[in-house]
Design a protein around this ligand. Structure first.
Ligand code: SF4
Length: 440
């Protein structure tokens, strides 16, 4: 392969620690890098690779070598061609526009805004089947069959904000509020570490009792006692705060944009400013977090074109984890009576996001599991590659419902979805527990 035709290279270090340290070193030297799922042929989906521009490769190698970062290998990021997509459809009824876009996917060409809209608007059975199957192939060829499983702890349902769709918004007076303390959280962290999970998601409302000092103490304790990767999902904070958490050991951050249509964003987030949300996402990227975002499908006033713009936003912002879920009305909120979002449109958005953003983590969301009992299986077959277990203690769970009738995704339901989608459980998951576990 000619080097000048390759836009990016993927650097794989010998361990997660070396990978994260290496990525930070490169960023400190002013190189543009991103952390992406490792190629299936060189490691499991849970391994991460550092993506660098071809033009920066030599410099990156030098920096990593000088800092004793151990490398497993450096690989060109190949353009993914999916041959045979169109041939399969020769006997089917599909529109010319759809066929044109499918040919572009086959050739590994970039899709335009109009192409994305065409895919999202596909209505014929054969078109939808072709879209899901193209996304599924893209996922398989890029990151393999292993489903990455993560554990979430919703540690506080106290929030200073009043997002209109949210079932823990501050003006819900009847909601029983809770806040787990550090020891309670650590008990659950040890439980999920014991079954082999490698990533814990620490999620809460914007609860300012959890000061930077308290959050730093929690991050350090999780790292010290388990070494797990930490995803924070605690909302909008200053860049200094995000930097402090990164320095203390946080690895990933989830901060969803929900909608890139500024009017809808304002309507659903009375306390938020669109530009500030984007700035927070940019800050997180600059600080070297594995950066998560996502959107809600079926928000009031949302069009297919809005969803297409969301997908392009994820691509342009270099988002690494993209959560796409249907809108679900929550009791007692201003949106209580609004109709839920469509499962089918959510699945189409998942599929198109996989095709457009390629090497990213896409969860089969809890929201999908809540609206359709087979929702997670369907998402895994349409391009998704991760599942988030809800590990919040039972006594608190029912009070952390961003939307009503939230389904509890546990190991049993994840197992079912993974088997039904004919995918693989991650090798790190030990359902019998670890021998070296400190707690049970
Ligand atoms: S969506 Fe998040 S920030 Fe908004 S009210 Fe709910 S918990 Fe708070």
């Amino acid at each position: 392969m000619e080097k000048n035709k390759i836009k990016h290279y993927l650097i794989m270090a010998a361990s997660t620690n070396h990978m994260l340290r290496g990525d930070q070193l490169l960023k400190n030297e002013g190189l543009t890098t991103s952390l992406v799922p490792a190629p299936s042929e060189y490691g499991s989906v849970c391994a991460i690779a550092i993506k660098v521009k071809t033009i920066d490769l030599e410099k990156a190698e030098m920096i990593l070598k000088e800092s004793d970062i151990k490398l497993q290998g450096i690989y060109p990021e190949k353009i993914k061609k999916l041959s045979g997509l169109v041939e399969k459809l020769e006997q089917s009824i599909i529109s010319d526009d759809f066929l044109k876009v499918l040919k572009k996917i086959e050739e590994g060409e970039e899709l335009s805004f109009e192409d994305i809209v065409t895919l999202l608007k596909s209505e014929r059975r054969a078109e939808k089947d072709a879209l899901f199957s193209a996304a599924d192939r893209m996922r398989r060829e890029i990151i393999g069959d292993v489903v990455d499983v993560r554990g979430a702890i919703e540690f506080s349902n106290i929030c200073r904000k009043d997002c209109k769709y949210c079932g823990v918004r501050k003006s819900l007076k009847d909601l029983e509020r809770y806040r787990m303390n550090e020891d309670e959280i650590m008990e659950v962290v040890h439980q999920i570490h014991n079954i082999g999970l490698q990533t814990v998601i620490l999620q809460s409302g914007e609860d300012l009792w959890w000061t930077p000092e308290r959050i730093v103490s929690l991050i350090k304790r999780v790292k010290r006692e388990t070494g797990m990767r930490i995803t924070l999902s605690i909302g909008e904070r200053s860049k200094e705060e995000y930097a402090l958490y990164k320095k203390s050991g946080a690895d990933n951050f989830l901060l969803k944009i929900e909608s890139t249509n500024k009017e809808i964003f304002k309507f659903i987030h009375p306390d938020d400013d669109y530009e500030r949300r984007v700035k927070c996402s940019n800050d997180l990227r600059e600080l070297g977090y594995l950066n998560g975002s996502g959107n809600i499908i079926g928000l009031p006033g949302q069009t297919v074109e809005d969803i297409a713009k969301d997908i392009l936003f994820f691509k342009e912002m270099g988002i690494n984890m993209i959560g796409i879920g249907p809108f679900l009305p929550a009791k007692g909120t201003p949106f209580e009576k609004y109709p839920p979002g469509s499962v089918e449109m959510t699945l189409k958005a998942v599929a198109v996001t996989r095709i457009v953003c390629k090497r990213v983590f896409i969860p089969a969301t809890t929201a999908l599991a809540s609206i359709d009992k087979d929702g997670q299986t369907k998402a895994l077959k349409a391009g998704a590659n991760t599942i988030m277990l809800i590990n919040t203690p039972t006594k608190y769970r029912e009070n952390y419902q961003i939307y009503s009738e939230k389904n509890m995704v546990d190991l049993k339901s994840a197992d079912k979805a993974i088997k039904e989608a004919e995918r693989k459980f991650p090798p790190y998951l030990r359902l019998g527990g670890r021998k070296d576990a400190k707690h049970t």
